[in-house]
Write a protein that binds this ligand. Structure first.
Ligand SMILES: [Cu+2]
Length: 191
């Protein structure tokens, strides 16, 4: 009992010491120049025109003018219910499918990362409004350190970028959730 009380007292003192220490640490958070997003930009951003409620891809070139690799870990937009980071890959049946990329988009130091149809792209899902050619959609990219970059993508008509994603579109199952990565594709044997 005595021992326990002593331990508790020691803990309390340590906690107080830590708190006191914290206040004397220089505030490193006050230097915005250190943010990852300061070194990141996106050129030629565009999105495929699409209908309200649907999904579409956004593309362009991420450019990193800093001396450390940058990782885009997530994205969001007020124009869509969800924005995912996708890659296009071949599934077990040999069909090209898009899926969430593991580890985000890594933009090498002093270099670029291309987002294009048939390859990595930003996937806007559940579009609030129709996206017509000429419209601009703002997408917020979040980097690994939590800093963000707003990108304005201009919509244009485009016939490609039709990779299937999980459960097929247009069969009334688009609300089945985004995590149906294992869903089998029956697209190859068409009726
Ligand atoms: Cu996609």
């Amino acid at each position: 009992m005595k021992k326990f009380t002593l331990a508790a007292a020691v803990l309390a003192v340590s906690a107080a010491a830590l708190t006191g220490c914290g206040s004397s640490t220089p505030a490193a958070d006050n230097s915005p120049a250190a943010e990852d997003a300061a070194s990141l930009s996106m050129s030629g951003a565009w999105a495929k025109a699409a209908e309200a409620g649907g999904m579409t891809g956004a593309f362009g070139t991420l450019e990193n003018d800093g001396d450390e690799d940058l990782t885009v870990v997530s994205a969001s937009s007020s124009a869509a219910s969800t924005v995912e980071l996708h890659e296009v890959a071949m599934d077990d049946d040999g069909a090209m499918v898009m899926r969430q990329i593991e580890g985000g988009f890594v933009v090498p130091a002093g270099s670029g990362y291309l987002l294009e149809p048939g390859a990595s792209h930003l996937m806007l899902m559940g579009l609030t409004d129709g996206l017509l050619a000429g419209d601009t959609v703002t997408i917020t990219l979040e980097l690994a350190d939590g800093s963000t970059l707003d990108v304005d993508a201009v919509a244009k008509d485009y016939a490609g970028a039709n990779e299937s994603y999980g459960a097929e579109e247009g069969h009334g199952g688009e609300r089945n959730g985004a995590e149906t990565h294992g869903a089998e594709s029956h697209g190859a044997a068409d009726h």
